[in-house]
Design a protein around this ligand. Structure first.
Ligand code: ATP
Ligand code: DGY
Length: 459
């Protein structure tokens, strides 16, 4: 793509997402007074949290023409983020051809940039997302629908900026870094067809539950644009979209930190997805398979077989992990397996929890199943959201270990009941006074979830 724009005190910054405050600050440091103003839509409380944790390098410098607006409690669009979106839309439409709109985007941007297409209301958008998420829709599916039903998404923000030059710096929180899906792609030409929205509703079996106004907007689009892109392809010429970070960076940093602490490490994948509980069980069965190899016993309960049969993990990968771990453990070293990605939860209960709570608790239940075999090993798992928020909870995630379930039993807490009710937050809050909850507060970044398992022989 050929792209020229002249930097001359003409940069307007528009930022939206959980991780954009630090990005705003970095652009201020680099561009100085070339930035003439802007608006950042960020989550409630993030400025205070970052200040309290001493992350001053992530706090933007004060500038009267730059507004920082907080909103979207619990990552759901609200009247505050709607008001901010309207201001952002007005700013974008006021730009001239000689202006540069520097857009900073990260995950969480969808809830922070809501502007439903009439007659859809904010409440109906919230309802639609809640229904889809409850039926385990992936974020890609949710955002495909958002792109067709909201003004600023699916390239709408770039479109509003008319002839201004649009440059977007994007921090990815979606597997595979799809620029059109992250924060619902406000500056990316949308090539998805509106028909896909109806297919997604059908596949999730939720068509009847989706508010009528949303169905109507999608149907109108289908008849209006049938067979074409929802936006003129010419938008591509003006928008330059660049991924500036993703979960591979976070995993690589965690991997280096583990090595520095003396662990032998293995990265299972940075694209873990599917049902959260499966990922928890996979990690725990890997621990079982590792211990089987170290002990050389003919296992009573074959974890390797379980990894292959129930989760389709290839024999090659299992052998690779177990032999690496076994060679470390045999020589007194510790082993660390890392993974990252974003799972889904098929919500059946009415409890409070998140993907990471489910991963931690389901891994603990497998540890309990394998407790006899694992008794000479110190095995811990941390599963957490890099943004510091695990679903609608106050924690980033939770720790799991080989005696967690036993500990809970001794405290008359039944893990299965909590897991079945999707109530993992309360489980972890209750057991041992919450010592296994991982509470960080908002971190100022957002590159999906991290899962870390350490395995060591007990001394
Ligand atoms: N009670 C619960 N137990 C388990 N998971 C839940 C529960 N309630 C919500 N979730 C899950 O939490 C997730 C929504 O949380 P959140 O809005 O923080 O998502 P996110 O993907 O981390 O946000 P973003 O990507 O926009 O930064 C969904 O995957 C949803 O299924
Ligand atoms: O904001 C969003 O849409 C999600 O975090 C994915 O980027």
């Amino acid at each position: 793509m050929f792209f020229i724009c002249r930097l001359n005190r003409n940069v307007h910054v528009i930022a939206a997402g959980k991780a954009v405050l630090g990005m705003v600050r970095a652009t201020q440091d680099v561009l100085g007074d070339h930035i003439v103003g802007g608006i950042a839509s960020v989550p409630y409380g993030i400025q205070e949290t970052l200040k309290k944790s001493g992350k001053w390098e992530m706090i933007p410098k004060e500038q009267s023409s730059f507004q920082i607006c907080e909103g979207a409690k619990n990552n759901a669009p609200d009247t505050n983020s709607l008001a901010t979106s309207k201001k952002i839309h007005d700013l974008a439409t006021s730009l001239q051809g000689s202006d540069i709109m520097l857009t900073l985007l990260s995950g969480g941007g969808s809830a922070l940039l809501p502007l439903p297409k009439p007659p859809i209301t904010l409440e109906e958008m919230r309802e639609m997302v809640a229904i889809m998420v409850k039926h385990a829709a992936t974020i890609s599916d949710v955002n495909t629908v958002r792109k067709h039903t909201e003004v600023l998404k699916g390239g709408g923000l770039a479109y509003a900026a008319g002839n201004a030059s649009v440059i977007s710096l994007i921090l990815s929180d979606i597997i595979g870094d799809p620029i059109d899906k992250i924060a619902s792609g406000p500056t990316v030409t949308d090539f998805s067809k509106p028909e896909t929205c109806m297919e997604i509703f059908r596949d999730l079996n939720v068509t009847d539950k989706i508010p009528k106004s949303i169905i109507k907007v999608v149907e109108n689009e289908i008849s209006e644009f049938s067979g074409h892109s929802a936006l003129p392809v010419i938008r591509e010429i003006y928008a330059h979209n660049v991924i500036v970070g993703n979960n591979k960076l976070a995993v690589s940093a965690a991997n280096k930190a583990a090595e520095a602490l003396g662990y032998r490490t293995f990265v299972l994948s940075t694209e873990l997805c599917g049902e959260a509980r499966d990922i928890g069980e996979i990690f725990a069965f890997f621990a079982g398979a590792i211990v089987d190899v170290v002990s050389g016993d003919k296992a009573k309960f074959d974890s390797k077989q379980r990894l292959e049969d129930s989760f389709g993990i290839s024999e090659n990968v299992i052998n690779c992990v177990t032999s690496l771990a076994a060679s470390a453990l045999k020589y007194g070293e510790r082993f660390c397996m890392l993974g990252a990605g974003e799972t889904v939860v098929n919500l059946k209960g009415n409890g409070k929890g998140g993907r990471n709570g489910e991963i931690a608790l389901s891994s603990a239940l497998v540890f309990d199943l394998l407790s006899e075999k694992l008794r000479d090993y110190d095995i811990n798992i941390l599963s957490a959201g890099t943004d510091g928020q695990d679903g609608p909870t106050e924690s980033a995630g939770a720790f799991s270990h080989t005696h967690l379930i036993q500990e809970a039993k001794e405290q008359n807490i039944d893990a299965n009941t909590y897991l079945e009710n999707n109530d993992t937050f309360h489980f972890f809050q209750k057991v041992s006074n919450g010592e296994n909850l991982f509470v960080t507060g908002m971190t100022g970044t957002n590159v999906m979830d991290l899962h870390i398992m350490t395995v060591a022989r007990k001394s």
